[in-house]
Ligand binder design. Structure first.
Ligand SMILES: Nc1nc2c(ncn2[C@@H]2O[C@H](COP(=O)(O)OP(=O)(O)OP(=O)(O)O)[C@@H](O)[C@H]2O)c(=O)[nH]1
Ligand SMILES: [Mg+2]
Length: 324
């Protein structure tokens, strides 16, 4: 890949050049070791975006909804940065293209920037890339950042920790609600949206309301339930109103500060984790050492494995001399 002069890129970026933004994102994606080199140019910058997460099962209309919400935000003069995390599993390999086609129209707007990430093959993981890109959007001065992810496992946990308002999108007839309840995704919602209302959804809305009736909300926020037809732009104003209401609730209750703290403590733990992992697996514990453990465990009887590991590490002392 061609190396661009970073200072020139940053200069252009500060002048709101979208091409510079795109190139800096590419650097963040492919050369995470240069992250601090990039962000040190923004030290002292007071710039803050409102970060929205949109999550839900594959195909419920998250991208279409993201497009519809963004259009309204652009119309009201806001700047928007979007990150779409594509599942890129063999089953939905077309998602990347699909997102592109769906959002091409708005992505040409000068106040909007869109990046799609395939969720595999990232150095330091997808969550690292999502955080870094959202931070770069903040430096760019985006009013709103929208992160779209398929709600499952780690991605769902990430979005809970990285966004301030999480919208869980559901549709009628998936058996969705119960499945999501099992998966825990339903609990991370600040806002519910039943999309594809043109093909129904009263049933799901009813189920959610019933579930909410049985829940207590210590923070004083009961998640609202909206219904949308993202293709035709119906109900989008209500959904956006719910987002602003939630934002206001966060601000008035000082929960926003807590969310921001959480976003960074989550990130810091992840960074520390990967540093420690590097130290442990780079210097302390080589593949040969693991082989020795395996041999000992198998020779001495496999039920001793915990005892073995425990005794090996009992006397290990960590001393970080200098960061390389
Ligand atoms: N009838 C109807 N179809 C919709 C609506 N919203 C989205 N769709 C369609 O549903 C399909 C999937 O939409 P996407 O926006 O790609 O859904 P997604 O949740 O982003 O999908 P993945 O990112 O692949 O998980 C597309 O064919 C959309 O046109 C809606 O409100 N009503
Ligand atoms: Mg999508």
């Amino acid at each position: 890949m061609k190396k661009y002069d970073l200072n020139t890129l940053i200069e252009k970026f500060k002048n709101k050049d979208k091409i510079a933004l795109a190139r800096l994102i590419t650097i963040l994606e492919n050369e995470p070791e240069r992250t601090s080199e990039i962000f040190k140019h923004f030290e002292g910058l007071k710039s803050d975006s409102f970060i929205i997460g949109i999550t839900g099962s594959p195909g419920v209309g998250k991208s279409t909804l993201t497009g519809a919400i963004s259009q309204k935000l652009l119309d009201s003069g806001k700047t928007v940065g979007i990150i779409c995390v594509d599942p890129s599993s063999p089953f939905s390999g077309g998602a990347f293209l699909g997102d592109r086609v769906r959002m091409t129209k708005i992505s040409l707007h000068p106040n909007l920037f869109l990046r799609s990430l395939a969720s595999r093959g990232y150095k330091g993981g997808i969550s690292r890339a999502v955080f870094d890109i959202s931070l770069l959007y903040e430096a760019f001065g985006m009013d709103v950042v929208i992160i779209e992810t398929v709600g499952a496992g780690q991605a769902e946990f990430d979005i809970y920790n990285l966004a301030y308002s999480v919208i869980v999108v559901l549709v009628s007839g998936y058996g969705d609600t119960i499945q999501m309840q099992k998966g825990g995704i339903i609990e991370i919602a600040d806002i519910y949206d039943i999309n594809k209302m043109d093909i129904g959804g009263e049933d799901v809305a009813g189920q959610i309301e019933m579930m909410l009736d049985d829940t207590t909300f210590p923070s004083g926020w009961r998640p609202p339930v909206s219904m949308t037809d993202a293709v035709n732009g119906k109900g989008i104003d209500d959904l956006i109103q719910n987002i602003w209401d939630h934002k206001e609730h966060l601000e008035l209750s000082e929960l926003l500060i807590e969310k921001k703290r959480n976003r960074f403590s989550y990130k810091i733990k992840q960074l520390m984790h990967s540093k420690v992992e590097k130290i442990v697996f780079g210097d302390l514990l080589k593949e040969e050492d693991i082989e020795v453990f395996v041999k000992e465990a198998l020779d001495d009887g496999k039920f001793k494995i915990y005892d073995l590991i425990h005794s090996k590490f009992e006397n290990v002392k960590f001393e970080i001399i200098k960061e390389s």
